[in-house]
Design a protein around this ligand. Structure first.
Ligand SMILES: Nc1ncnc2c1ncn2[C@@H]1O[C@H](COP(=O)(O)OP(=O)(O)OP(=O)(O)O)[C@@H](O)[C@H]1O
Ligand code: SF4
Ligand SMILES: [Mg+2]
Length: 365
C-alpha cells in the first residue's frame, strides 16, 4: 500500500476558493444528540473529533488544508475492544494521538469516564495519562535506546509513585515482565539486545505498569513477523481478560481487526464510514468502501492484506469537493448532485441496531 493513499489525498484540499474554513470546522464540530446514553456510560466517548493540518507549499502559494480527521464520533465501553481499520493516510494515528492529547484536535470533544478531557491542562493531563496508555507501531522508535528494560518499565512507576520502596519497584518490574511473557533476567538488557517481539512486550509492560483503563494500540503488530504479531495479539487478549482493560485497536489489516475486536469501525479519508458490532459489519457491509475492503481480502492466512479492487477511477484533485461524501470520487453507487454536495452522517439504518453507516445509498443486498 503506498504511503499516501487515495484516502490520504482525498483528505487534502486547497484553501483557495473555499467559502469559509471556519464554517466547515463549525459544521464538523457541531454537537450531535446521538449516543446520549452511551456518552454517560462509556469509558471513552469521542465526539466529532476533527484535526486539520495547514500545509505551506511556498511563500506565494495559498496553504493547503489536510483534514486528517473529519468529525469522528464513537465510544468505547469498559473491557471491550473497538477495532478501527483504515488504509494508509486515513487518519488512524492522528486519531490515536488526539485521544491521548499527544496532539491537539482542531475541534471536537474527548470524554473519558464521564469527564470532558479535551481542554485539560498539564497537571490534570498527567493524571489522565496514567489511565490511558498507548502502544505504538514501532517498538524500535518508542523505546529509549539508552535505558535498560528495567528503567523503561520502571519510569512510570516512579513518576506516579506507585512503589513505596526501590525494592518494591524492582519486584513490580519483574512481575510485569513475567506477565508479558518475558524472563525477569531481561531487565538489565537494552532495547537493541532484544528482538522486535520482545521489544513490543516491553512497551506493553510499560503501558500496563500504570494499570490503565484504556490501552490504545496503534498498529502494534504491523512492524513484526506474522507469527510474532499473532503472539502479541494473543498476549493483548489475555491481558484484557485478566486486567479488564478496554482496547482501542487500530490497524490497516482488516483480518486482524475482525478477529480481535468486539466492535469495529472503518475509516476512510479521516472519516468513520461504518461502525458496529464486528459480526454485523462483516455480515452486512453496508458502506461501499467496507464492501470493497472485505471483497479484496486475500484468502491466505499467511499474508493477510487489504487490496482494493478497482472502484471508480479517482478524478483529478481539482474535482474534489470540500463538502460531500469523502468516498464520492471512488464510489460505484455515487449520486452526483447529492453525494458530492451533502455529507452523509454516521447513523443507524435501523433503530437500536447499533450498526451505523455514513452513506446515502448503502448496500442492502
Ligand atoms: N504533522 C502533519 N502535518 C501535516 N499532515 C499530516 C501530519 N500528520 C499526518 N498528516 C496527514 O494526515 C493524514 C492522516 O495521517 P495518519 O498518520 O493519521 O494516517 P494513518 O492512517 O495512521 O496512516 P498509516 O497507516 O500510514 O500510519 C495523512 O494524509 C497525513 O499525510
Ligand atoms: S454517500 Fe454516496 S458517494 Fe458516499 S459512499 Fe454512499 S453512495 Fe457512495
Ligand atoms: Mg499510522
Amino acid at each position: 500500500m503506498s504511503k499516501e493513499s487515495d484516502s490520504g489525498r482525498r483528505s487534502r484540499m486547497s484553501v483557495a476558493g473555499r467559502a469559509s474554513v471556519s464554517e466547515e470546522l463549525a459544521e464538523l464540530g457541531r454537537p450531535t444528540i446521538e449516543h446520549g446514553e452511551r456518552k454517560r456510560t462509556a469509558l471513552l466517548y469521542v465526539q466529532r473529533l476533527t484535526k486539520v493540518y495547514e500545509l505551506r507549499r511556498g511563500f506565494f502559494r495559498a496553504p493547503e488544508l489536510a483534514y486528517a480527521l473529519r468529525g469522528v464520533s464513537f465510544y468505547v465501553r469498559r473491557r471491550e475492544t473497538l477495532g478501527i481499520v483504515g488504509e494508509s493516510g486515513s487518519g488512524k494515528s492522528t486519531l490515536a494521538r488526539c485521544i491521548l492529547r499527544l496532539i491537539e484536535p482542531t475541534v471536537g470533544r474527548i470524554v473519558f469516564d464521564g469527564r470532558d478531557v479535551t481542554a485539560l491542562r498539564s497537571g490534570e493531563l498527567r493524571a489522565l495519562r496514567r489511565r490511558m496508555q498507548i502502544v505504538f507501531q514501532d517498538p524500535y522508535a518508542s523505546l529509549d535506546p539508552n535505558m535498560t528494560v528495567q528503567e523503561i518499565v520502571r519510569e512510570g512507576i516512579d513518576v506516579y509513585a506507585l512503589a513505596a520502596t526501590r525494592k518494591e519497584g524492582n519486584s513490580m518490574v519483574a512481575a510485569l515482565l513475567v506477565q508479558v511473557g518475558l524472563e525477569p533476567t531481561l531487565a538489565e538488557r537494552y532495547p537493541h539486545e532484544l528482538s522486535g517481539g520482545e521489544r513490543q512486550r516491553v512497551a506493553i509492560a510499560r503501558a500496563i505498569a500504570l494499570k490503565p483503563e484504556l490501552l490504545v494500540l496503534d498498529e502494534p503488530t504491523s512492524a513484526l513477523d506474522v507469527s510474532v504479531g499473532a503472539q502479541i495479539l494473543n498476549l493483548l487478549q489475555e491481558l484484557q481478560e485478566k486486567l479488564g482493560i478496554a482496547l482501542l485497536f487500530i490497524s490497516h489489516d482488516l483480518r486482524t481487526v475482525q478477529y480481535f475486536s468486539h466492535r469495529m469501525g472503518v475509516m476512510y479519508a479521516g472519516k468513520l464510514v461504518e461502525l458496529g458490532p464486528t459480526d454485523a459489519v462483516q455480515k452486512r457491509r453496508y458502506h461501499p468502501y467496507t464492501r470493497a475492503l472485505f471483497a479484496a481480502m486475500t484468502p491466505s492466512r499467511e499474508a493477510p492484506a487489504i487490496r482494493l479492487p478497482v472502484l471508480r477511477e479517482t478524478p483529478a484533485e481539482s474535482d474534489e469537493h470540500a463538502r460531500g461524501c469523502v468516498f464520492f470520487a471512488r464510489c460505484p453507487n455515487a449520486e452526483p448532485g447529492r453525494c458530492d454536495i451533502e455529507e452523509p452522517r454516521l447513523s443507524e439504518l435501523f433503530p437500536a441496531s447499533h450498526h451505523r453507516v455514513a452513506c446515502f445509498h448503502p448496500q442492502l443486498d
